[in-house]
Design a protein around this ligand. Structure first.
Ligand code: ADP
Length: 306
């Protein structure tokens, strides 16, 4: 059964440092939430608490209305996932590692085979985990999570360190897991396009606080488009566009990107750039990616919007 999650006023101190401050949000059963934000923002700290590995200093976490503490172990029977990289015994095979977990969680050998098959590790099941590639270990971590047929899956940057081909595989795997198991999913990721693809909602963390939590597509929706100029010289172009009041920034390879709210006439801006003696090679209009909306959002807003 999918698990609904409520996080209420959670604060976590490491010594005197607050890693999370008064974080609250709710997730409906069966939906998927993506956590994003700079390193050190508090995402892993939250995930560890959701996995019952650490207790909040203040506040509470509820799974289907039941408080996680004082007995996280019972709730964890229905929760699968890992923080950082999944850890296994390197001298045991993939199957042996999962069999040990199955014994601990009262799972069956059949579930172990099922999970190995699901993540395409059947062929490597009898190899020692010490010889597994990083991607294989990540997949074994997901298999371990799936063995419980979890109502909630928690993953901390599951794509971390994967090359593009493995990344595509991981993406597919996570999409399939969501579709077939219907579990609630909470994952952190630096791959913003994965959050866009796999999650319904997004929580933006910054400096221990949630700055935004809501649907992916309404995050910064007041920034509908951006314009990308390829021009020379970039420095002078930037200065000129900023003088026009545009939020222009270098976008690499001789390009400038600016958030476009439609208040200026693009034809007139381009004509003016050329009159200024700037060599404009190309002009492109594009919908702002979630990544740039996120950046603009984090730069713009210094208020807690919850
Ligand atoms: P993220 O996952 O977003 O990168 P973390 O949750 O790992 O962020 O870290 C949040 C803050 O807590 C950071 O300032 C980090 O340095 C600090 N922190 C994390 N783990 C510990 C720990 N075990 N001891 C002390 N400080 C920690």
């Amino acid at each position: 059964m999918a698990i609904a999650v409520d996080v209420e006023g959670v604060t976590k101190f490491y010594g005197k440092t607050a890693a999370l401050e008064n974080v609250s949000f709710s997730i409906d059963a069966g939906s998927a939430l993506g956590l994003v934000g700079p390193n050190g923002a508090g995402k892993s700290t939250l995930l560890k608490m959701l996995l019952g590995l650490m207790r909040p200093t203040r506040g509470a976490i509820y799974y289907n209305g039941q408080p996680l503490w004082p007995d996280p172990a019972s709730a964890m029977r229905q929760v699968g996932g890992f923080v950082d990289t999944p850890r296994f015994y390197p001298y045991l095979t993939g199957r042996e590692n999962l069999m040990m977990l199955a014994e601990l969680t009262h799972g069956s050998a059949r579930r172990v085979d099922e999970a190995l098959h699901y993540v395409h590790l059947d062929g490597a099941a009898e190899q020692r985990v010490g010889g597994y590639s990083h991607g294989m270990r990540q997949r074994l971590g997901i298999a371990a999570a799936l063995m419980k047929r979890p109502g909630l899956i928690i993953l901390d940057e599951p794509e971390d360190g994967l090359d593009p081909a493995r990344l595509a595989e991981m993406r597919q795997l996570l999409g399939r897991v969501r579709q077939e198991y219907g579990s609630t999913l909470i994952m952190s990721s630096h791959v913003i396009s994965d959050i866009e693809r796999l999650c319904d909602r997004i929580a933006v963390f910054d400096n221990g606080r949630i700055r935004y939590v809501g649907p992916v597509n309404t995050l910064g929706s007041r920034i509908p488009e951006e314009i990308l100029w390829e021009l020379w010289p970039v420095e002078r172009g930037l200065r000129y566009l900023r003088n026009l009041g545009l939020d222009a920034r270098p976008a690499g390879e001789g390009r400038i990107a600016a958030v476009w709210d439609g208040s200026l006439d693009l034809g007139q801006v381009n004509a003016a750039l050329m009159r200024e003696g700037l060599a404009v090679r190309t002009v492109m209009r594009r919908t702002a990616s979630l990544e740039s909306r996120l950046l603009a959002y984090l730069e713009d807003s210094h208020v807690d919007v919850r």
